[in-house]
Design a protein around this ligand. Structure first.
Ligand code: NAD
Length: 292
């Protein structure tokens, strides 16, 4: 059993923290939202009155915050100072690669073990403990973080040095954003040509058009009964979060001098969807925009 400080127990962090409670750890939670804190306290976590108090004396410090600015403020403002020299620092938020690298390097300079460990999988996977973690950081920090990540996920993969977890996450989601648009376009074209959606699915899912966007998250109702299209695009992975990840990918590409024309187009289309009021819907609702 370890003492675990969990900073940011919102939609994702709440379920993750509760899985650590279930695994037998003493979880000290801190969040600016009383509602978010109440959920995890009801499940057996102890509420801390500040991030620093949660982290002082903890074996593991986990953050699950909205964006890079929150993560930088939390570590530079409180957590680096409060962390004991043997503590393991794990940032699970999805943030920009540059901030993740900077935080990893700052931790290393202070002699602290830190990894960036963003997740794939939504709130259902966070609740069920079936997330996939993409981890960046020194091999020793990865080895130390692995046991606790295993208790919140189904796969924990070392991607490389500091920031490489975030790099893997945004590169993966750039494929996902672009492939969903391509899939949705194809279903709209098939429809306009008079080809049944189910028939097109039966063919393309077994041909070279196959992708996760088609076979797990099919943007039309019917062929994949569990896809968000069957519940009018409610739940699932919000278009606003896809847009966030695409913006992170575009910023990283600019910094690295990479050409990402398809990713840029995907960002523009998800921005349009969000501007049209579709940010809360699942990202496969991009098909509505394409239908016109
Ligand atoms: P959320 O807004 O539900 O949770 C974030 C929590 O952080 C909130 O409860 C907020 O009050 C708290 N917070 C903000 N600043 C704080 C501070 N300084 N100190 C303490 N608490 C603070 O967001 P979420 O959906 O849980 O997402 C968290 C991260 O996970 C994001 O980076 C997101 O991109 C990523 N992510 C989300 C999903 C998803 O499906 N929701 C999937 C994968 C990754």
């Amino acid at each position: 059993m370890a003492i675990i400080a969990f900073i940011g127990v919102g939609n994702m962090g709440g379920g993750m923290a509760l899985n650590l409670v279930k695994a037998g750890h003493a979880v000290r939670a801190f969040d600016l939202s009383a509602g978010a804190l109440a959920r995890v306290v009801a499940g057996g976590a102890v509420a801390a009155n500040s991030a620093a108090n949660a982290a002082t004396g903890a074996d593991v410090i986990i953050t699950m915050l909205p964006a890079g600015s929150h993560v930088r403020a939390a570590y530079e403002g409180d957590l680096f100072a409060a962390a004991g020299t043997d503590a393991i620092l794990i940032d699970c938020s999805t943030i920009d690669v540059a901030t993740a690298k900077a935080m990893g390097e700052a931790a290393a300079a202070k002699g602290l073990a830190m990894v960036d460990a963003p997740v794939s999988g939504g709130t259902a996977a966070a609740d069920a403990g079936t997330l996939t973690f993409m981890v960046g950081g020194p091999a020793a920090a990865f080895a130390a973080a692995r046991a606790v990540l295993d208790q919140m996920g189904k796969a924990v993969i070392h991607a490389g040095g500091a920031g490489m977890g975030q790099a893997a996450k945004i590169c993966n989601n750039m494929i996902l954003g672009a492939s969903m648009i391509a899939t949705a376009e194809a279903f709209v074209l098939a429809e306009k040509l008079g080809l049944e959606a189910q028939t097109f699915f039966d063919i393309s899912s077994k041909a070279s058009g196959q992708s996760w966007s088609m076979t797990s998250y099919c943007p039309v109702p019917g062929p994949v009964p569990t896809s968000p299209a069957n519940r009018d695009y409610q739940g699932g992975f919000a278009a606003a979060l896809m847009l966030k990840d695409l913006k992170l990918a575009m910023a990283a590409a600019q910094g690295a001098g990479a050409s990402v024309p398809m990713g840029a187009q995907a960002e523009a289309l998800y921005q349009l969807l969000a501007n049209n009021g579709g940010g809360a819907a699942d990202f496969s609702a991009i098909i509505k925009l394409l239908r016109g």
